[in-house]
Design a protein around this ligand. Structure first.
Ligand code: LAN
Length: 754
């Protein structure tokens, strides 16, 4: 392309990106469509806009073009839209010559993305089954999604269509029936015609892989609501389970809270058999996605049909037998019992809505709760309106279009990590200013009371905790509480002047909460204590996720909790001293038990062994284990360091593919990754690993990767949940290299770079 043309096209792209603004308040993030007056005039975008008129129509076409994203090299977008909005004015023209300069440039760049109330907004996409849930819900409830957003959603979906015509479970995954059927249907609901080439290709994928009866159970659920699958083809989602005695291990109150909160509205929708009135599009879809005529589908058989490309956790025999009983019960179910169960489920849904200010715990129950509330109270009800207002909290715009985030953001988490990264070496005025704002976000986000309904609706206490995202969301998490506590304590140590200091009492609440979260096995789970035995996993009906039934003790959550307790004890030596000591030694025993033969730990929440090994080593150190500086390093720490060294690559970096998490064995990525390298370096430096050359090679790799403006490039996807689904952490590429550089500076001082 002619160079001038290319420049003008790029300019046009950036202008179109700028039609969207991010509104933030107390961590809440909402993208709004707000074009500049020039754009409004240029494309005749004056209210009421008729999108079929030539000006607006052209605008949408150009918008579509501006968000076209090439996934062939890397399907991970780099959160460019936000970064362009916030950070395009910074002009660093020279790469740092020393490690200190690289560190400061990194802070300078990253500080521009910090919002006025101290947190970092960012892309938290990755999973590919979330947006379709919202699109289907909006369609069923007859809610129109604003046209520019629809354009960006379609674009996002098309950008991530794979060469074979399908879509995966997440942006890096191979095509699955779940991904493909859900996106095919979504595109059709958003107005695309069945004959369009992308849809033809998708249909070919679906039909040649057995048709939509092979969609996993969560997909079957959405299709049933839409009326393009028969509820008879779903295993029962028995609402009566809620009425079982609470002491029974299979009572859903004992499930992992995410599973519990998803199956809750699912069981309500199933009990009510919510289904949209049939229309032409529904009839058309029925004829498009199956290999046989819709009327001839054997629904009973379809319950147990699943495409081989989707299976991660096959339904156990135990579950199949259980379902054969429950499905029989479903045919004759007791009316009054069903009614009672549904009344309870609705009350529980409404309580969750109130407790979370209609944000809900996650993106899945967000949309299914909306659907249930719409069904129970109607489109004009206050409750449904409040639900709708929160849809935008989950939607994110990046250069690959509009996606649905895996949470209402990762604000608290990213912010506390950024704080700890800078705290390694907070010498510049800039870093102090950034820390002050970080502290402000910690202060306004701590949960100070238990929400109403805590006991009745199976919640652990919340007081003193920190959430993953925002206070309004309000579910406390073990390690988010710990990172919040650690960061607050460290900032207190630094004694920078802050407006509202978090009182000693509030910090004691946190320590109490962390202590209360410890499990019998000595470890810590994610949101609550482990409430049921492991065998409950045999009842995992999801087919596509691993380990979802109970909240297990995790290395990461345990380590963060131990670090926080140890640090707390240093600040408040007289508060529950012995209890904390005991807790730490039980924690250490759990961590040691989880270490693998090769010295590593398996990660559950990021990819993968480098991440958990960082936590494993930090946990042991927090519990008082010796590092190398003592001359007699703890054997487990030694093994962990040797493991890491064995994985360092020629270029000085480390790199794991998401397959490490899926297969639970170390699988290298094609190239070394900034994020894995940082975790490995943080671990080796924490352990005081004596071979400095290993560390310097890693540091050099990080500095070499830094961009001119102080940012780092977005590489592969680094987050995971339930072992099989990946999730984007757009902050990690900034926070972790900064943390590693900061620690290097603190330990070894500054150094010229070659
Ligand atoms: C998260 C995000 C944060 C994450 C950490 C705090 C990093 C972790 O250390 C503990 C687990 C936790 C809280 C976590 C659990 C699973 C979540 C909530 C997610 C990965 C974000 C999205 C995911 C959620 C389950 C997605 C919806 C899918 C279902 C299977 C319900």
């Amino acid at each position: 392309m002619n160079e001038l043309l290319e420049i003008s096209e790029k300019k046009n792209t950036l202008t179109l990106w700028k039609c969207f603004q991010l509104r933030t308040s107390k961590g809440r993030q909402q993208w709004i469509f707000e074009p500049k007056p020039e754009i409004k005039n240029q494309y005749q975008l004056h209210a009421p806009i008729n999108w079929n008129e030539p000006g607006p129509k052209q605008f949408l076409e150009e918008l579509d073009h501006a968000f076209t994203f090439d996934t062939t090299q890397n399907p991970n977008a780099a959160d460019r839209v936000l970064r362009h909005l916030y950070a395009s004015s910074l002009n660093i023209t020279k790469k740092g010559k020393t490690i200190q300069e690289a560190f400061e440039n990194g802070i300078l760049f990253y500080s521009q993305l910090q919002t006025a109330d101290g947190n970092w907004p960012g892309d938290y996409g990755g999973p590919m089954f979330l947006l379709p849930g919202l699109i289907i819900t909006a369609y069923v409830t007859n809610e129109k999604i604003e046209e520019p957003f629809q354009t960006l959603m379609r674009r996002y979906i098309l950008n991530h269509q794979r060469n074979d015509g399908g879509w995966g479970l997440h942006i890096e995954g191979e095509s699955t029936m779940f991904g493909t059927v859900m996106h095919y249907v979504s595109l059709r609901l958003m107005g695309m015609k069945a004959e369009e080439p992308e849809l033809q290709k998708a249909r070919t994928w679906i039909l040649s892989n057995g048709g939509a009866t092979g969609t996993p159970s969560w997909g079957k659920f959405y299709l049933s609501v839409l009326g393009v699958y028969d509820w008879k083809g779903c295993d029962t989602l028995l609402p009566e389970l809620w009425l079982l005695p609470r002491w029974l291990p299979i009572h859903p109150g004992r499930y992992w809270c995410h599973t519990r909160m998803v199956y809750l509205p699912m069981s309500y929708a199933y009990g009510k058999k919510i289904i949209m009135p049939e229309n032409d599009l529904v009839r058309a879809l029925r004829s498009e996605i199956y290999t046989e005529p819709y009327e001839q589908i054997n629904w009973k058989k379809a319950r147990n049909t699943i495409c081989v490309k989707d299976v991660y956790t096959p339904k156990s025999n135990f579950l199949k037998i259980l379902y054969s009983f429950l499905n029989t019960y479903e045919r004759f179910h007791i009316r009054w019992l069903r009614k009672k169960a549904l009344r309870f489920a609705l009350q529980y849904i409404e309580t969750e809505d109130l407790q979370t200010n209609y944000i809900n715990i996650g993106p899945v129950n967000k949309v299914i709760n909306s659907l249930c509330v719409w069904h129970a109270h109607g489109k004009d009800s206050e409750a449904f309106k409040k639900h709708k207002e929160r849809w935008s909290d989950y939607l994110w715009i990046a250069e690959d279009g509009m996606k649905m985030n895996g949470y209402n953001g990762s604000q608290l988490w990213d912010t506390m990590f950024a704080g700890q990264a800078i705290l390694e070496n907070p010498i510049s005025d800039k870093s102090k200013e950034v820390l002050k704002n970080i502290y402000h976000y910690a202060e306004i986000s701590q949960i100070q009371e238990d929400p109403p309904g805590t006991k009745e609706f199976f919640r652990h206490t919340s007081k003193g905790g920190w959430p993953f995202s925002t206070l309004e969301h309000g579910w406390p998490i073990t390690d988010c509480t710990s990172e919040g506590l650690k960061t607050s304590l460290k900032i207190h140590e630094l004694q920078i002047p802050v407006k509202n200091k978090i009182s000693d009492e509030r910090l004691h609440w946190s320590a109490d909460l962390i202590l209360s979260f410890q499990n019998k096995d000595g470890g810590w789970a994610s949101y609550e204590n482990t409430r049921a035995p492991r065998w409950l996993e045999k009842m995992n009906p999801s087919e596509v996720f691993g380990d979802i039934m109970i909240d297990y003790s995790y290395v990461e959550c345990s380590s963060a909790s131990m670090q926080a307790l140890a640090m707390f004890s240093k600040h408040y030596p007289n508060y529950k001293k012995y209890e904390i000591q005991k807790s730490l030694s039980r924690g250490a025993a759990f961590i040691r038990k989880k270490q693998r033969e090769d010295g590593s730990w398996l990660g559950s929440w990021a990819v993968c062994f480098t991440y958990a090994t960082w936590f494993g080593v930090d946990a042991l150190l927090a519990a008082g284990a010796n590092n190398y500086s003592t001359g007699k390093p703890d054997e487990a720490i030694q093994k962990a360091c040797e493991f890491l060294c064995s994985k360092q690559r020629e270029d000085g970096g480390w790199g794991e593919s998401y397959q490490s998490s899926v297969q639970k064995k170390y699988i290298e990525s094609k190239d070394s990754q900034i994020v894995n390298t940082s975790w490995a370096l943080l671990t080796l430096m924490a352990a005081d690993y004596p071979n400095k050359e290993v560390i310097e090679r890693g540091i050099k790799f990080l500095v070499k990767k830094q961009e001119l403006n102080g940012d780092w490039p977005q590489e592969q996807i680094s987050g995971v949940f339930n072992f099989n689904c990946m999730i984007t952490y757009s902050a990690y590429r900034n926070v972790f290299p900064l943390w590693a550089l900061g620690r290097y500076l603190k330990k070894y001082g500054n150094k010229e770079l070659l």
